[in-house]
Design a protein around this ligand. Structure first.
Ligand code: PMP
Length: 428
């Protein structure tokens, strides 16, 4: 009897067969060269469904992409052209590792709009998005076996980054007001009693990805105080803070605690992720090592996109654009919440976010949302199963729906396609 690989090899041209054999042989020889840490580097669930999400006809409630069509693309094209024509030698050359001084200074104005007043450009490093800053934080502070605390659930990209450094990610429960301070204190106490070293609390206090939950204003100081009392640094990831649908943004944890919080900002959601730029505001006593580690990874953030963002912040009405995006995201969120109320049974619950991109849906206990994804794809809709957002391997009865990049009509259609699948899973 021939195996299926032998059978298919018969059908291959000789050179393809030889190339395949070489590839298999090389993989076998090189596999042992991978570091132990490489086994922890996984493709995120969001990237898993990325290719599927862009199939025509499918409604993707999966990826948390910002809506870019309302950006002034033609004007930005002219600006990019001008940058290259007038400053090409600087824009296309290596730049300083900290990032350009003018942009760092503008970042201080952006943060001031959120309540971080008086930050110095000297304490800022421009990063290749918040993602690279998370990586640097884990690299600079964590040894294998150290603990990073985070919310349950939390951002899948951060989990993947931290796990690559062989740290133990330990989750702290949230309720509708965010991280529960008493639980944080209890978990820290237990870990310390076991002799564990806790280095960081990674938190997305405003419009958490994936849950959309926001840490209540009256809990914010307590969370930092608890960490401070146990010499744990707070890594505050705040890409959505300015995307509050109504009213003023909540003051970040960093605002009142400059020594104990590393603040991560991003241009991905308030402008465009393709520029791959964010920033870290780092307490002065930690700055040098943090910045050197950033430089060691990327040498410098892209001067070309830094110039584009600088032009966007100085020559365009970015505040007006942000204001209109907040309205647009609010409308989409309302469309999603309305569709969920209309389509889903009483034993399904979901969060009601005040900003950001995501709604977090909870099905009755015992249902695993992962296998439902395949049925959903067949029905023409994509979501991210909840298991992606915790470090545990346990099945999850939750799922994340993103409303940011889909029109209200498509949101309603997507929920309409998803609802029977969830209803069937409940009655099965
Ligand atoms: N942090 C959170 C909470 C996110 O949701 C994302 C992107 N989805 C990132 C960081 C990555 O942001 P950036 O594009 O700035 O790397």
């Amino acid at each position: 009897m021939t195996s299926s690989s032998e059978a298919s090899a018969d059908l291959l041209p000789a050179e393809t067969e030889a190339a395949l054999e070489r590839a298999v042989d090389s993989a076998a020889r090189h596999d042992p060269l991978f570091s132990v840490r490489a086994a922890n580097i996984k493709q995120s669930a969001v990237r898993d469904v990325f290719d599927i999400s862009i199939r025509p006809g499918l409604v993707s409630l999966a990826g948390g992409s910002p809506y870019l069509r309302s950006l002034p693309l033609e004007d930005l094209g002219r600006t990019a052209q001008k940058i290259i024509a007038e400053h090409g030698l600087e824009a296309l050359q290596y730049g300083g590792g900290q990032g350009m001084a003018e942009l760092r200074s503008l970042v201080c104005d952006v943060m001031a709009a959120e309540g971080i007043v008086g930050a110095s450009p000297e304490d800022i490093v421009i990063t290749t998005g918040s993602q690279s800053a998370q990586d640097v934080a884990a690299k600079v502070f964590c040894d294998p076996g150290d603990v990073i605390l985070c919310e349950d659930p939390t951002y899948v990209g951060a989990l993947n980054t931290f796990e690559a450094y062989e740290v133990d990610v330990v989750t702290v429960p949230m309720d509708e007001d965010g991280l529960i301070p008493d639980e944080l204190e209890r978990i820290i106490g237990e870990l310390e009693a076991e002799g564990r070293t806790i280095k960081l609390l990674y938190t997305i206090p405003s419009f958490n990805n994936p849950s959309g939950i926001t840490l209540a204003a009256d809990r914010r100081q307590r969370v930092v105080d608890i960490c401070r009392a146990h010499t744990i640094l707070v890594l505050e990831d705040n890409p959505y803070g300015m995307l509050r649908f109504d009213g003023e943004p909540l003051e970040p944890l960093r605002a009142a605690n400059p020594e104990d919080v590393i603040y991560l900002g991003s241009f991905s959601k308030i402008f465009a992720p393709g520029v791959r730029l964010g920033w870290a505001l780092v307490p002065r006593h930690l700055y040098r090592r943090f910045y050197l580690a950033c430089e060691a990874v990327v040498l410098c953030p892209s001067p070309l996109t830094q110039m584009l963002v600088t032009a966007y912040l100085t020559e365009y009405d970015w505040r007006g654009h942000l204001q209109s995006m907040r309205g647009l995201y609010r409308e989409r969120c309302e469309a999603m919440l309305g569709a969920l109320s209309a389509e889903l049974p009483d034993d399904v619950h979901w969060t009601t976010p005040d900003g950001g991109f995501f709604v977090w849906v909870t099905l009755p206990e015992g249902i695993d949302t992962y296998p439902l994804l395949y049925t959903a794809i067949d029905a023409g809709v994509v979501f991210i199963p909840g298991a992606a957002f915790t470090p545990s391997d346990e099945p999850s009865n939750k799922l994340r729906l993103a409303f940011s990049a889909v029109s209200p009509e498509d949101i309603v259609e997507g929920v309409r396609r998803l609802a029977p699948i969830l209803r069937d899973a409940i009655t099965d």
